[in-house]
Design a protein around this ligand. Sequence first.
Ligand code: TEU
Ligand code: CA
Length: 519
Amino acid sequence: MYPRSFSDSNGDGIGDLPGLLSRLDYLNDGTDASLGIDALWLTPVFPSPMKDFGYDVTDYVDVDPIFGSTGDIDQLVAECHRRGMPVLLDWVPNHTSDQHPWFLESRSSKTNPKRDWYVWSDPASDGSPPNNWPGAFGGPAWTLDETTGQYYLHSFLPEQPDLNWRNPDVVAAMHETLRSWLRRGVDGFRLDAIGRLIKHPDLADAGLRDGGDGEPIADNHNNYPEVFETLRGIRRVFDEFPGTVAIGESFGTPHEIREFYGGAALDGLHLAFNFGLIQDERQRAYVPWDAAVIRDIVTRSWEALPQGAVSCWALNNHDRGRFVSRNDADGRGNERARAAALLLLGLPGVAVLYQGEELGMPNVEVPAGQLQDPARFHIEGRDPMRTPMQWDATIGRGFTTGTPWLPFGPGEVNVADEDEDRESILWLYRDAIRIRREHPALYEGDFMAVDGDTDVFAFVRRDGDEQVLVAVNTATEQRTLTLPAGSWTILLGSRSTAATMEGAALRLEGLGACWAFAR
Ligand code: TEU
Ligand code: CA
């Protein structure tokens, strides 16, 4: 959830914690008429100058007044626990805000005790940055600090200086920020940009793309091998609080994702995001809705996953173009989104939804004068995927009584209207989440790919004598799949007409998907 865009309680146009508290029934009220989600992850709500909308933190153990107070977090945790939902906050360990007291001290002089809490380096002999590392948001990853004549490293914006995780004092101070919330009853954290904590010890130049002629590779200091030791240290903090969970925002190859879990020992993070259904391993291009591509990603990821680890899939988040719009070149993005819901919730492991995904929300074109995301100067701006939730079709969309911080999307995509329509994608998500919970095969069963037509990605989930088949046709025309042995019945289709049984065959309409059951 992106709290800034979920629900605004006080009319300032910005979502907040009291707003969220008033909407918990939508997420899970214990009946089949709510989404029935299992756990809640909130992007950062800590005090911040909001240069990167909360990913630039000035105090890790407080709440920004724009969102509410620590008391609101306590209340949220209590209310969510009453509903059986753990609450995860978002920890930003790679960098602080440049306004964080630690950085203000660090930059004040070369001899300040906190100097080494950040990554400082002398200029190259010609005065240019110490190496060729580019920032993830473009421009060099280094900014010269006039006062002391050295450069500081920032993987993201210049207002987000990187902490030096090779300094034990930083490690101790950051671990303590986790304990502070875990002690308070928070159930876990999503760990931001977690593969970046440890940099190359010599700050060596990054390799160049395209065999040496292209741009420096932006993720040169991503997943540096020593970082996985640092993650083990973080895991030990969570181990002090049994039942809590750490989910890494992890980028990389299936093998690197394996390392985030700690490899075979499973002594790293409990969960590591797999963004393979969103973008390629190096985050350069969106993944097409193509069965052969998806089959390859899912099976390679499954094979690389350590024994006993649980995978963690997502189709959307607050950083990436929304699924519907990514797959809408022929105007059929909505049909693909419905099929994708059955894929996501049919895959083994944790499925993470991003608010609005369950409504089939598209990207919203934001007029130039209203753009907010500072990263937009260098990467695909993230405003179009961060526009507010649409609760109804009224002028304030039920989100605010004031002026929303970003404009709204198409009026017809809203909770109230979709709630009225039993065929809506919202109801598809509700049904799928309910059915997934009713079937251990889906919830925690084994995974076996099923061979068939190249345009159909199919697999069986099995638990004991119960089997669920997940089948997704990414072709725009009808396809047929020969069913594995068993007596199958259709559990759920991406549309009521998406799938039909014909003896030992399953017929899927163009862009259709289904779940089928056999014992
Ligand atoms: O995002 C990190 C991230 O996604 C990077 O991979 C980055 O987007 C990419 O390199 C750009 O091409 C996390 C948060 O989710 C994001 O909102 C923050 O802005 C970022 O970290 C910095 O904290
Ligand atoms: Ca507000």
